[in-house]
Design a protein around this ligand. Structure first.
Ligand SMILES: Nc1nc2c(c(=O)[nH]1)N[C@H]1C(S)=C(S)[C@@H](COP(=O)(O)OP(=O)(O)OC[C@H]3O[C@@H](n4cnc5c(=O)[nH]c(N)nc54)[C@H](O)[C@@H]3O)O[C@H]1N2
Ligand SMILES: Nc1nc2c(c(=O)[nH]1)N[C@H]1C(S)=C(S)[C@@H](COP(=O)(O)OP(=O)(O)OC[C@H]3O[C@@H](n4cnc5c(=O)[nH]c(N)nc54)[C@H](O)[C@@H]3O)O[C@H]1N2
Ligand code: SF4
Ligand SMILES: [Mo]
Length: 692
């Protein structure tokens, strides 16, 4: 028997991007472990990926190309050859090109975060074809834009510093579930005497284990940050030297936040005045004592109308108190701009037609699939090619998404590992390889290591990497540019711009051998200012926001749907609903892995005892959750983890594996965030009734 250890990378959309060691025995992957030497992985994987072989060798893996033989959505398919599959797709694309290539839409997100199996060959292909462009907004768009207005780029505090912080605000995130290796650092900080505070409407697994939990109303984080700034300025808990040298617009900020008294803040956020005062004082006074103070900002608060502004406001806080002076101070939302990714080489935008194709926002796929041709919209979407995503389960307002994908005149191709809710609507399903079966290179958004993924095993069945599928399609379409013949290793070798010697100091071959390599960056990114904004400063006043039609100063934008902002709607649908990630799933990935689904049980709805009693609902009852957009059902857990007026349905379930064939996205809406065109998954009012 030959046994080997292969260095790999967890490909999932998770900030931790763990270094994996895959044990291969006679060509079969038998175990996946966390690399003990990788500083952030530290030999630990989450429960999902420690069972990775269960997913890879799952009996339901798609192993052959298939064509649909039943109705759309029914899930009846018959095996076909690769030649038949590719010829059928190429014929469809050729006729679409003759009519209008923009009638073809690629739809992809972060099923794999790999730079090769994500947007490399696929992007080249669609650029050359002239397909509609896809704005990939579904996760991080609002917060990313808001953060960049204030700080210039998605750069921040290194995860490896957090154990030295004395105060950590875990703001809109549940790291025990979704950022485990950050939580390990926060635990270490706690052992060293740090205070941990969770800011979250829900008492999540993480909030439960923090010293304090501030349970504000969903979508009111921007107001809390304004109120904190008010107190910091009123009580002079400031770093005047840092403000003078490294910030822009302090006087205007001071005037603006003067309106945000602790009383107004408390009312807006549904908190006690004392909570606002105490939080701001703790934050400011720790810094005054010279202690490192850090914020782990996450995406929970940005899935609402004012999500971009919330992130923009919170990003102002560290500069006010001079927290950036310490390597263990500051803020981390995403570190992704730390990596000098070479998009031009990977994606080849130079192949685009001279008239840039229209852009479709992935968060409004429901409406857009149902739209007719018009001068404003352009051609009707006639062909969708889905890879690395499961829109029928994850996109907002699922009833419309499903209706769109059910269109008889729509031709849908899905590249997948499994027969997902989306694959059920495909005309052709193509089997894709998993991370154990292909090569890739990764940047991350939660740490600062470049990561190499070696193929551990041969592709299962007739599965092919995404890259190979687009290479074969390019050949069928007669594309003869050299970039369509590059191997995955050749693509990986171009992923980072090695002219950026400051950051990148390795080559692909050595990275593949070693598995990972830290970027060469300073420990404290903004200790001496140097923000990558136009002014070089942290912009309390941001002229770019004004240019973009936004308030140039921090402000509060209320949710579309809340009791305070929309009382008429709240009469019918009085409960706010959020649907954050379940610990044992990763978005909709892993829902079909039996052991993980068994741990989650079935779709639940957490509801406060008062709200349950008012509806005659007891623990364990099934309930119907509904609004104008749709309805789904779940088993109720009566718990004060949800604050009164809030219900929580951990997500994202495969619809077909839920009791009623539906999930939380039946009731979420397609209205977009203030910035970045992001979705508003957590900006939802519903009513709940007991099901008999
Ligand atoms: N196990 C697991 N891990 C994951 C994922 C997964 O599905 N499962 N998904 C991955 C992906 S794609 C992403 S984007 C990240 C997401 O990572 P995070 O954004 O950290 O997501 P969560 O961990 O669910 O944390 C969101 C928290 O925000 C809270 N929240 C909701 N609304 C608000 C609000 O208005 N204000 C505040 N302050 N808090 C609010 C929720 O109650 C929840 O506890 O996680 C990644 N990691
Ligand atoms: N209600 C609600 N909805 C949400 C969220 C929420 O919190 N609440 N979270 C949102 C967020 S943050 C995100 S990021 C999105 C995520 O949405 P998606 O990016 O669509 O994530 P997944 O649901 O995990 O689907 C990824 C799919 O890609 C497939 N895949 C993985 N690797 C490969 C590969 O190499 N090749 C191919 N062809 N396929 C592959 C997987 O099998 C999986 O089915 O969902 C969003 N939807
Ligand atoms: S999902 Fe996240 S925590 Fe789990 S192995 Fe992957 S990167 Fe690590
Ligand atoms: Mo996400």
């Amino acid at each position: 028997m030959t046994i080997s250890q292969v260095r790999a990378v967890c490909p999932h959309d998770c900030p931790d991007t763990c270094a994996l060691l895959v044990t291969v025995e006679d060509g079969v992957a038998t175990a996946v472990r966390g690399d003990p030497e990788h500083p952030t992985t530290a030999g630990v994987l989450c429960t999902k990926v420690s069972r990775y072989t269960e997913r890879t060798y799952h009996q339901d893996r798609l192993l052959y190309p298939m064509k649909r033989v039943g109705k759309k959505g029914e899930g009846k398919f018959a095996r076909i050859s690769w030649d038949e599959a590719l010829d059928t797709i190429a014929a469809r694309l050729t006729s679409a090109a003759a009519h209008d290539p923009q009638s073809v839409l690629p739809y992809s997100y972060a099923g794999t975060m790999g730079l090769v199996q994500g947007e490399s060959m696929a992007a080249r292909f669609f650029n050359k074809f002239g397909a509609s462009l896809l704005d990939r907004t579904i996760c991080a768009a609002a917060g990313g834009v808001g953060y960049k207005y204030t700080l210039g780029a998605r750069i921040g505090t290194d995860i490896e510093q957090f154990q030295n912080s004395k105060l950590i605000l875990i703001w809109g995130g549940n790291p025990i579930a979704s950022n485990l290796h950050f939580w390990m650092r926060a635990q270490e900080a706690k052992r060293r005497g740090a205070t941990l505070i969770a800011i979250d409407p829900y008492r999540s697994l993480t909030a439960e284990k923090c010293h304090q939990h501030i349970a504000l109303l969903p979508g009111t984080d921007a107001a809390l940050a304004l109120g904190m700034m008010h107190v910091l300025i009123a009580e002079d808990l400031l770093d005047h030297d840092y403000i003078a040298r490294h910030t822009l617009g302090f006087e205007q900020l001071k005037q603006r936040v003067s309106e945000w008294t602790p009383e107004r803040t408390a009312t807006t956020c549904g908190l006690a005045v004392e909570q606002v005062l105490q939080l701001a004082r703790l934050y400011g006074e720790s810094a005054q004592r010279g202690e490192p103070v850090a914020i782990r900002l996450n995406y929970g608060m940005q899935r609402v109308r004012g999500g971009g502004m919330a992130v923009r406001n919170i990003a102002c806080l560290p500069a006010l108190i001079g927290a950036w002076r310490h390597a263990a101070g500051g803020i981390q939302l995403s570190l992704s701009d730390s990596f000098p990714k070479n998009h031009a080489a990977l994606q080849r935008p130079d192949l685009l037609p001279t008239a840039t194709p229209r852009t479709i926002n992935m968060s409004t796929i429901g409406d857009d699939l149902l739209r007719d041709a018009s001068p404003e919209f352009g051609p009707k979407i006639d062909t969708v090619i889905v890879y690395n995503s499961n829109p029928v389960a994850v996109a907002p307002e699922s009833p419309k998404v499903a209706q769109g994908f059910a269109r008889e005149d729509l031709f849908t191709v899905v590249l997948e590992h499994f027969q997902t809710d989306t694959a059920d609507y495909a005309d052709i399903v193509l089997p894709a390889t998993t991370q154990l079966e292909h090569v890739d290179i990764h940047s991350t958004y939660g740490h600062l290591y470049m990561m190499a993924n070696n193929a551990a095993i041969a592709p299962l069945g007739e599965a092919k990497p995404n890259t190979e599928i687009f290479r074969l399609l390019a050949a069928r379409m007669g594309y003869d540019e050299a970039c369509f013949k590059e191997s995955d290793d050749q693509i990986a070798a171009q992923a980072f711009d090695r002219r950026d010697q400051k950051a990148v100091h390795f080559d692909w071959d050595s990275l593949k051998q070693k598995g990972w390599q830290k970027l060469n960056l300073p420990d404290a990114p903004f200790a001496d200012g140097g923000f990558p904004t136009p002014s070089g400063k942290c912009e309390f006043y941001c002229a770019r926001m004004q240019d973009d039609g936004l308030d140039p100063l921090p402000t509060y934008i209320a949710p579309y749907e809340s009791v305070a902002s929309n009382p008429a709607l709240a009469k019918q649908y009085p409960l706010a609903m959020i649907s954050p990630p379940a610990r044992n799933f990763l978005n909709s990935s892993f829902v079909n892995v039996q052991s993980l689904r068994d741990t989650e049980g079935e779709p639940h709805l957490d509801m406060h005892p008062q709200d349950a009693a008012a509806r005659g609902i007891s623990a364990g009852d099934r309930a119907r959750i509904y609004n104008r957009r749709g309805a789904f059902s779940a088993k109720v857990r009566v718990t004060d983890k949800a604050r009164p007026g809030l219900v929580v349905g951990l997500s994202v379930w495969w619809k077909k594996l839920a009791t009623d064939g539906k999930n939380a996205n039946e009731v979420t809406g397609q209205r977009l965030t203030d910035m970045g065109g992001g979705p508003t998954f957590y900006d939802v009012l519903v009513q709940v009734e007991k099901l008999n």
